[in-house]
Ligand binder design. Structure first.
Ligand code: NAD
Length: 372
């Protein structure tokens, strides 16, 4: 089967779906690989690196797409890209299917199949395929580095002849994959770290990384299912804002990572709280693509409001394109080798990983999140 790796078209995206190293593994497994010319350059992989391991670098994107049995990408394919694919071919990428109806329609019209890596079940067996985690992990690290860059002070306690510098105080909202890596990174840099999440099991995880847990007692409106927050009431959110306001107003750096899958991100830092923060403090809002955890953050911008620098950088993992592409490539190759051999897809429709991630099958929308 022929795999095509196409160049990402989303603005500021630097990642690529397959690294040369992982491409080589797929070629050794019997697949044929072709890459769109310069698709890997922003991740520091040159065409010659792919060619050296036996993958072809092709200039003509439409013929690359129409000749492929499998198309790999990081971001969702565009409707136009799907329009070049041959009937029965398979696309694999992040899709966010529930919020991308035009893409689903294009896939059904074209008679292709599509798997979404963001829908791979988060079960132990699928950990090596978990692109959400590999990317969030890097994002959590980079968010602290971005915060440190904007902060006019250092993280660690420093005792010098000229005086003692107190350690920076970092508050992290949300202790999922990104939040936990942010805690570990901020601790390694010497900060005092306080963390809040509303999933009770996160308390122990935060403490094991050396963070202090900010307790917010949940109420009946907090719905948690399968390890995810599924919903919270406005009343609870108000209560939570009050509890965390004091911690945020004393912080040097606030990193917000709180998400509710399929919904707008919860508002945790209203403008009054930003106003109460110290001059020169920094907020990095990692939830900005889902509407933001801070009322003042602006998508794609770094602004200063009420003396606070607020970073609304989307797609933080893409700022570490080398590692992000290497890990994504490993995730997606493991996923592909689970689903297919060089001779074709297995289509084990009752198998948990296949069932959880298959969005469109031979032109028919099949995923429960889109078939009502
Ligand atoms: P996420 O990105 O969906 O959300 C980030 C965090 O925000 C979560 O910890 C969530 O509890 C928190 N949050 C939501 N509303 C909040 C609020 N009002 N205040 C504070 N925090 C709030 O989460 P994620 O990192 O994708 O992890 C989701 C789940 O998946 C977790 O249970 C995690 O343990 C699990 N997981 C499992 C595996 C595996 O077993 N293979 C791998 C990775 C993650």
């Amino acid at each position: 089967m022929k795999i095509a790796i196409i160049k990402e078209t989303k603005a500021f995206e630097k990642r690529v779906a397959l690294s040369p190293e992982v491409c080589k593994q797929l070629i050794q497994a019997g697949f044929e690989c072709a890459i769109e010319k310069e698709a890997g350059v922003s991740s520091f992989f040159e065409d010659t690196a792919y060619e050296a391991i036996g993958a072809k670098a092709e200039k003509n994107k439409s013929s690359l797409l129409s000749g492929a049995d499998i198309v790999l990408k990081v971001n969702p394919l565009t409707v136009e890209e799907v329009g070049h694919m041959k009937k029965g071919a398979v696309a694999i990428s992040f899709m966010y299917a529930a919020t991308n109806p035009e893409l689903i329609e294009a896939c059904t019209k074209q008679g292709i199949s599509a798997f979404s890596v963001d829908a791979i079940p988060r079960i132990s067996r699928a950990q090596k395929m978990d692109a959400l985690s590999s990317q969030a992990n890097l994002g959590g690290y980079k968010s602290v580095i971005i915060g440190a860059y904007h902060l006019g002070k250092i993280f660690p306690l420093l005792m010098t002849a000229a005086g003692t510098i107190k350690p920076a105080k970092v508050v992290i909202m949300g202790a999922g994959v990104a939040g936990l890596q942010a805690i570990a990174t901020a601790k390694r840099l010497g900060a005092v770290v306080e963390v809040s999440d509303i999933r009770p099991e996160t308390k122990e995880q935060v403490q094991s990384l050396g963070g202090k847990f900010i307790e917010v007692k949940g109420d009946d409106s907090v719905k948690i299912e399968g390890g995810y927050v599924k919903g919270i009431s406005e009343d609870f959110l108000k209560k939570q804002q009050e509890v965390i306001a004091r911690h945020i107003s004393e912080a040097d750096l606030v990193i917000t990572t709180a998400l509710i899958p399929g919904k707008k991100a919860p508002m945790l830092v209203p403008e009054e709280v930003v106003k109460s923060m110290k001059l020169g403090s920094v907020i990095v809002d990692m939830a900005v693509e889902q509407g933001g955890n801070c009322a003042c953050s602006e998508y794609g911008k770094t602004i200063v409001k009420h003396g606070v620098t607020i970073v609304g950088e989307p797609n933080i993992p893409s700022l570490l394109p080398l590692n992000a592409s290497e890990l994504y490539a490993k995730n997606i190759a493991t996923f592909l080798l689970h689903l297919a051999t060089k001779d074709g897809f297995k289509w084990e429709m009752d198998e948990e990983i296949t069932k959880g991630s298959l969005i469109v099958h031979n032109g028919k929308a099949v995923h429960p999140s889109i078939v009502k």
